[in-house]
Design a protein around this ligand. Structure first.
Ligand code: SAM
Length: 293
């Protein structure tokens, strides 16, 4: 069968099924083979790999994944695409389709069932309205993944990869870099999609680390400290952290900062992840030592 990737084949199949694009489901389909090869090479897909694709659309990227990988599991939310995928993927015995919302599915259970719990690579042209929740779900639920190679809005990629003291550095950068090493694969122009999105895109690879980047005594508290530190970007750490969310007063925060050797006048955006870890661990100690009130 002809590959779908050309604009002509894409239009043909869409017309045949009377398919209508849904903006609210973030449907922008790829029509450029070069970008597909960059995604596959960026993810280093080989015949040993098990791949999970979020949102196959009409199956454009999926066909190429099927050619290169051992097995592909594709999760698509839009039921009007299921019969189309039935046709476009019919020649691939190593591709399995799941109809559902990736955010609702128990991914650990699914991977256990379909791949006997082996580690997978996530490869996807993500729906932009839910990029961050999808990435965070894989990481926070500790789904067995080695890599997440995804097309996202350029702005999101910049935030995922950002370093301290830059405008893009925020709670999302710290959360993702806690679990992963990010690497930009390529920038992507709007013209490679039907319909064209309003934003520029980037393919990014998040290599999941064997162990999180820093040692944390209380993960929930760590993420709370990170969030609170960025909530008011212009405030000093002392002020942002004693505003209530942590339940500690200025004296306690001062003590935690001083134990961590962090100047209380610094702002959240200047802290490296190692400093956030130290600070959160010291705050945790102070909370634990406090008598129950
Ligand atoms: N992979 C195709 C391609 O590159 O041409 C389509 C990519 S399109 C940007 C995103 C796809 O994700 C759409 O097919 C959309 O229906 C699907 N999608 C949106 N939200 C989803 C969700 N919560 N779970 C699973 N699929 C979803």
């Amino acid at each position: 069968m002809d590959k779908l990737v050309s604009p002509r084949r894409t239009k043909e199949i869409i017309d045949k099924y009377g398919f209508r694009f849904s903006k609210s489901l973030g449907q922008n389909f790829l029509i450029d083979e070069n970008i597909i090869y960059k995604i596959l090479d960026g993810a280093e897909i080989s015949e040993n790999d098990l791949v999970l694709e979020v949102g196959p659309g009409i199956g454009t990227l999926t066909q190429y994944l099927g050619d290169r990988a051992r097995k592909v599991l594709a999760i698509e939310i839009d039921k009007t695409l299921i019969p189309i995928l039935g046709e476009t993927l019919s020649e691939y015995e190593n591709i399995e389709l799941v109809h559902g919302d990736v955010l609702e599915i128990d991914l650990n259970q699914l991977i256990n069932e379909k791949f006997a719990g082996e580690k997978v690579k996530v490869v996807s042209n993500l729906p932009y309205y839910v990029t961050t929740p999808i990435i965070m779900k894989f990481l926070e639920d500790e789904v067995p993944v080695t890599d997440i190679v995804v097309m996202v809005q350029k702005e999101v990629a910049d935030r995922l990869k950002a370093s301290p003291n830059t405008k893009d550095y925020g709670a999302l950068s710290v959360a993702v870099q806690y679990y992963c090493e990010p690497e930009i694969i390529t920038k992507v122009p709007r013209a490679v999609f039907i319909p064209q999105p309003n934003v520029e895109s980037t393919v990014i690879r998040l290599k999941v680390l064997d162990r999180p980047r820093v040692n944390i005594d209380n993960r929930k508290l760590f993420f709370k400290v990170v969030k609170a530190s960025f909530a008011k970007r212009r405030k000093t750490l002392l002020n942002s952290l004693s505003m209530g969310t942590l339940g500690l007063d200025k004296k306690d925060i001062k003590e935690a900062l001083s134990l961590s050797e962090i100047d209380s006048k610094r702002r959240g955006e200047s802290l490296a992840i190692e400093e956030f870890a130290l600070l959160a661990n010291n705050i945790n100690k102070i909370i634990k030592e406090k008598p129950e009130s």
